[in-house]
Design a protein around this ligand. Structure first.
Ligand SMILES: *[C@@H]1O[C@H](CO)[C@@H](O)[C@H](O)[C@H]1NC(C)=O
Ligand SMILES: *[C@@H]1O[C@H](CO)[C@@H](O)[C@H](O)[C@H]1NC(C)=O
Ligand SMILES: *[C@@H]1O[C@H](CO)[C@@H](O)[C@H](O)[C@H]1NC(C)=O
Length: 189
């Protein structure tokens, strides 16, 4: 019962938050969130550091690790390394990376060709759409034997430009996690 009261309270805050952001959500979706809050014990606790943008939430890590370890850190937070689905999403990430970058750092994204050289796949198994790829000039530049199988975002030599580079999967880099915002309804209540 107490749980339900908390859930209803949480839902009102959620609805308020969504309205404030001029986002619409159907009643059905609200009920789904309520069910998730009330019933899903695996619902993670409120966490700082997530940023909402168009239906997704993003986490820019401050710590660095290999591509695989970074991916595990994302999945531990109920997310995965970011999948870039649109030019608009690339632009958003580019702006944020420019704002938070300290030196000439790189951020892992969820793209790799470690299964088959030259066949770039997102972590959900979908292939890279070539017309939505944002490689830096001359990238990817994995030479045979170099095994640069994982992709990170970094500033190019052009000021303010952030593009993709293929890197050694064992390089210790920062990373960007992404998850569906709906799941985040569990979080900040
Ligand atoms: C990373 O560090 C910056 C600057 O210290 C801080 O504002 C930000 O909240 C940190 N991000 C995370 C995810 O801890
Ligand atoms: C690839 O991206 C373009 C541009 O957004 C889009 O028009 C096209 O349908 C996409 N192709 C596939 C196979 O998803
Ligand atoms: C960052 O470093 C890479 C090499 O690791 C270099 O190619 C690139 O030009 C550098 N970018 C900036 C903005 O210094």
């Amino acid at each position: 019962m107490a749980l339900l009261v908390i859930a209803v309270f949480a839902l009102s805050i959620t609805v308020f938050y969504l309205m404030k952001n001029e986002r619409c959500q159907t009643l059905k979706e609200d009920l789904e969130s309520l069910k998730m809050i009330a019933l899903d014990e695996t619902c993670p606790k409120c966490e700082a550091g997530w940023e909402r943008h168009r239906g997704s939430s993003y986490f820019f890590s401050n710590s660095t690790s290999s591509w695989t370890d970074s991916r595990h850190s994302c999945t531990d937070l109920g997310s995965d390394l970011v999948k870039i689905d649109s030019r608009e999403e690339q632009m958003f990430l580019e702006i944020r990376v420019r704002e938070i970058i300290k030196n000439n750092e790189t951020f892992w994204i969820g793209l790799t060709d470690s299964k088959t050289e030259g066949s770039w796949l997102w972590t959900d198994g979908s292939p890279l759409n070539q017309s939505l790829s944002f490689w830096a000039p001359g990238q990817p530049d994995s030479l045979s034997g170099a095994e640069l199988d994982c992709v990170g975002m970094m500033k190019t030599e052009i000021p303010d430009e952030v593009r993709w580079y293929d890197r050694h999967c064992n390089d210790n880099l920062r990373s960007i996690c992404e998850k569906d915002s709906k799941i985040q309804l569990c979080f900040c209540v």
